[in-house]
Design a protein around this ligand. Structure first.
Ligand code: CUA
Length: 339
């Protein structure tokens, strides 16, 4: 009795495991903010169609092969008193047929795949909005050369307009990926890769570096905010304004701290400093998150970041400048006042 139960326990566990795995896959496939199967741009739809086509075909092939295997197992199973079936070594017709059949299937996959590769690599129309993306350890810089805007980790786009992203890598290889909108495309030092797409409608979407690029690769995120026309124009007008002069005494003290410390060597605040190693902070206070979408941009987090960047984000290249207490609180107040 006990003996016959034994193999059933691992089988039952296996089935439960598969069910849990399938249900979690189902969840992440459809509902996760990182889903690629509910695309929000033409680029996303084209790549998703290829994915679906190949998935259904391979599912069909998998079922056919498994059914054939099961049939052979059943048909030629060992039965009492039956002699061993005729032994076959090699069958030219069968082998040639299945080789040709699979070559044809691969060819069927290749036609739409290659056509989508060409379509998504096409030159952008002259009316496209240009955005120069720089992937850096471990944050994203977004420059809008025609609008004279430089920002970081928050990508603002107008709905319905074609955007031409030019991807630059000043340090190591990264990969630019906005799961719901499109990508991923490698960002490679020494060359400029491109993505052209038009977001369907307003919304907020996560973005993420998709190529292992060092200690904080997983923390190299960004937010994509797609606006309607009026919302985008409003954002542009605000970003084009010079940095605000602080009015609150604590923020005024923060400006002093910023100007008199090494901050100016790495960060640009228009009209205050011109560093280019770290994110541009001219409108830092207009961003909801900090540290490449790692945490909310609150006075506490900004102060903690300045006191120990490596603790907030492992490997962060910003050094601890030795500022503490009132200095960091003032600096946080100043940076957050830069709306
Ligand atoms: Cu950049 Cu991973």
């Amino acid at each position: 009795m006990r003996k016959s139960l034994r193999p059933r326990i691992p089988t039952a566990l296996l089935l439960v495991g598969v069910a849990v795995l399938l249900s979690s896959c189902g969840w992440s496939l459809w509902d996760s903010p990182m889903t690629t199967v509910r695309p929000k741009s033409g680029f996303g739809r084209m790549t998703n169609e290829i994915f679906m086509l190949i998935s259904w075909w391979t599912l069909g092939i998998g079922i056919a092969v498994e059914a054939g295997l099961l049939w052979v197992c059943y048909r030629y199973r060992e039965r009492p008193g039956q002699p061993i079936p005729k032994q076959v070594h090699g069958h030219a017709l069968l082998e040639v047929s299945w080789t040709i059949a699979f070559a044809v299937i691969l060819l069927i996959f290749a036609v739409p795949t290659i056509s989508v590769i060409f379509e998504t690599q096409a030159a952008p129309p002259p009316t496209a909005l240009r955005v120069d993306v720089s992937g850096r350890q471990w944050w994203w810089e977004f420059k809008y050369p025609d609008l004279k805007i430089v920002t970081a980790n928050e990508l603002h786009l107008p709905a319905g307009q074609t955007i031409s992203f030019n991807l630059h890598a000043p340090d190591v290889i990264h990969s630019f990926w906005m799961p719901q909108l499109g990508g991923k495309r490698d960002v490679v030092p020494g060359r400029v890769n491109r993505i052209t797409l038009a977001p369907d409608g307003p919304g907020e979407f996560p973005g993420q570096c998709a190529e292992y690029c060092g200690m904080s690769h997983a923390n190299m995120r960004f937010r994509v905010i797609v606006h309607d026309k009026a919302g985008f124009d409003e954002w542009v007008a605000n970003q084009q304004k010079p940095a605000l002069t602080p009015t609150h005494p604590l923020a005024q003290k923060g400006l002093e701290v910023f100007s008199q410390n090494a901050c100016v060597g790495c960060h640009t605040i228009a009209g205050v400093s011109g560093g280019a190693l770290g994110p541009n902070l001219t409108h830092f206070g207009s961003r909801k998150t900090m540290g490449a979408n790692l945490m909310a941009a609150t006075p506490e987090n900004v102060a903690k970041w300045i006191e120990n960047p490596g603790h907030m984000k492992p490997g962060a290249l910003m050094p601890d400048l030795g500022m503490r207490g009132e200095q960091t609180q003032a600096l946080a107040a100043y940076l957050l006042s830069l709306k």
